[in-house]
Design a protein around this ligand. Structure first.
Ligand code: GSF
Length: 202
């Protein structure tokens, strides 16, 4: 099996961490969708990473579908509850974290445009989504050890990838000072080899 992705994408990192936590072997094929010679559109018409290529050559995207598949592929290290109510709660955390990453990725792309072409209102709108998303993450985490309570799960992986992406691309957002509980959660997650081995690399 292969994972096509970049070393900076928080969505690719989420898949890499889930695969590592569940001891799933695969080949990582580095491909940055923005590069001239990218092959991503051959596997995903949306031109986005991550893309997972299964043994039979079928492709999977997006990251939420891929992690759902990985949870099914291996019984090791359950990261998604089976029962509907707790499972939906984890997927909501993932949607919140992925949404923060979506807004951050949009700002990153906007900032790559020529200065006179950048729309400050658009950037402001996305930054507001990031701030509001962080507020909800912090409120919902409260003083628990992990996002959904006593056990580490996919919710924590998604939140960790979002926080790591902000740390990597948006050092000006001081989420650690604004939300000390998120800072402690992130440092707890960074003790795990799967997180240490997937820190974004420019
Ligand atoms: C988002 C993937 C994505 O935006 C998922 O996998 O969860 N909902 C999808 N990937 C970005 C790279 S990055 O910002 O993580 C991507 O591939 N962008 C290329 C493009 O053409 O938008």
């Amino acid at each position: 099996m292969q994972l096509i992705g970049s070393l900076t994408s928080p969505f690719v990192r989420k898949v890499r961490i889930v695969a590592a936590e569940k001891f799933i072997e695969y080949e990582l094929v580095i491909d940055t969708p923005w590069s001239e010679d990218t092959r991503v559109p051959e596997f995903n018409p949306l031109g986005k990473v991550p893309v997972w290529i299964m043994e039979d050559g079928k492709t999977l995207f997006d990251s939420r579908v891929i992690v759902e598949y990985l949870e099914h592929v291996s019984p090791v290290g359950h990261l998604l509850p089976k029962d509907a109510r707790p499972r939906i709660a984890v997927k909501r955390w993932e949607a919140l974290a992925d949404g923060v990453c979506d807004a951050a990725a949009l700002v990153f792309v906007e900032r790559k445009r020529a200065a006179d072409k950048q729309d400050p209102e658009w950037v402001k709108r996305q930054m507001a989504k990031i701030a509001a998303g962080l507020n909800m993450m912090s409120d919902d985490l409260g003083n628990q050890n992990w996002c959904t309570g006593e056990f580490f799960c996919l919710a924590d992986v998604a939140v960790g990838c979002a926080l790591g992406y902000l740390e990597f691309r948006f050092p000006e957002i001081d989420w650690r000072r604004q939300h000390s509980n998120l800072s402690e959660l992130f440092d707890r997650m960074m003790q795990r080899p799967a997180f240490k081995e997937t820190v974004p690399v420019a």
